[in-house]
Ligand binder design. Structure first.
Ligand SMILES: [Zn+2]
Ligand SMILES: [Zn+2]
Length: 341
């Protein structure tokens, strides 16, 4: 036995059945990189995967969790030692959507942490073309938020944030906080956050919100971003947009839920209602450029970190720990690997 290192992966074997599972070392593969993740973010979608509440079209069990992450390239690649973030959506590269740059709409849905194993593991094998190297000045805690930042960034580009405009973000979780942080790049006059938990006010301020409230403000916003993923938040977002305004739906309400819509108001108020699914390769390039230039430092939104072995505590925190709650991370390090002799 030559000290081959087994690694552990946090696997959802089936809805409600989650465990740390020992895995043999990954085999190198042409066109791929082996990456050692060191920080992995968890989000509400991971809870939906764990609970089996996710639309079955977007998941394949068993699956290792982990679609928000950063790590360091391993093995004898020329990139070995390099910190990277890796696009999760693996476009086929030849359908009409991929050809048009709409990689989020590729006709063959394939995504790390959903239809193939994610990064909550000692090692992960990824297509080399999807890895984005980060400069040495970028901290891992900022890099780990690239995926949700790309989701938000793509939505904001789709909706358009005008300088001097009034923006309202509905929700107070990580996507909402990132929406505040990123919207400010376009210099709106105001970014108000309508949250549910008063404890989130401090995180909202650190993201750059000009106001935080738990009571619906007066309607009339140019852009309302729904980032809570709840039907009540969608309804609030639709009601709070001003005439000529845009409502951007970023959150993912429960599969199959529907919302009552006053259709005449949509017409009378000249509203644009947009959904935004995931991210494009272009959004990743933009977010990586913002990280590398130091213009985007989302690490301030991290509130909790747990070693991989304490994943149950991380999940409990994510489900509703009291107090301020931003991004919840798993940390993966030497303690996750053991010699198999
Ligand atoms: Zn996520
Ligand atoms: Zn495609």
């Amino acid at each position: 036995m030559t000290g081959e290192r087994e690694h552990q992966a946090l696997v959802v074997r089936a809805p409600g059945d989650v465990a740390l599972v020992g895995r043999p070392p990954l085999e190198p593969r042409t066109g791929h990189l082996i990456v050692r993740p060191d920080l992995v973010g968890l989000c509400g979608t991971d809870l939906e995967i764990i609970d089996g509440r996710i639309d079955p079209a977007y998941i394949r069990y068993p699956v290792a969790l982990g679609h928000e992450w950063t790590g360091v390239v391993a093995g004898d690649s020329p990139l070995a030692g390099q910190r990277v973030v890796v696009e999760g959506i693996i476009g086929c590269g030849h359908c009409r959507r991929c050809a048009a740059g709409q990689t989020n709409l590729c006709e063959t849905y394939d995504e790390i942490g959903f239809t193939r194993d994610g990064a909550a593991a000692g090692e992960i094998l990824v297509p080399a073309t999807l890895a984005h190297p980060l400069g040495p000045a970028v901290a891992a805690q900022d890099a780990v938020l690239t995926e949700p930042a790309a989701v938000v960034y793509r939505g904001l580009v789709r909706a358009g944030v005008r300088p001097g405009s009034r923006v309202l973000v509905v929700g107070d979780g990580t996507i909402a906080l990132l929406a505040v942080l990123l919207a400010r790049l376009w210099s709106p006059a105001e970014v108000t956050m309508l949250g549910r938990r008063p404890e989130q006010a401090g995180l909202a301020a650190s993201a750059g919100a000009t106001a935080f409230t738990t009571n619906p403000p007066e309607a009339g916003y140019d852009l309302v971003i729904e980032a809570a993923g709840a039907t009540s938040a969608v309804q609030a977002a639709l009601a709070l947009a001003g005439r000529g305004g845009t409502v951007l739906l970023l959150g993912l309400p429960p599969h199959g839920a529907s919302v009552a819509l006053a259709a005449d108001d949509v017409v009378n108020n000249d509203l644009a209602i947009l959904g935004s699914f995931s991210y494009t390769a272009a959004a990743w390039r933009e977010v990586v450029a913002l990280l590398n230039s130091g213009q985007l430092r989302p690490g301030r939104l991290i509130s909790h970190r747990y070693p991989l072995a304490e994943w149950e505590q991380a999940v409990t925190t994510l489900r509703g720990a009291p107090g301020p709650r931003g991004k919840v991370l798993l940390t993966i390090g030497q303690d996750n690997e053991r010699e198999t002799r």
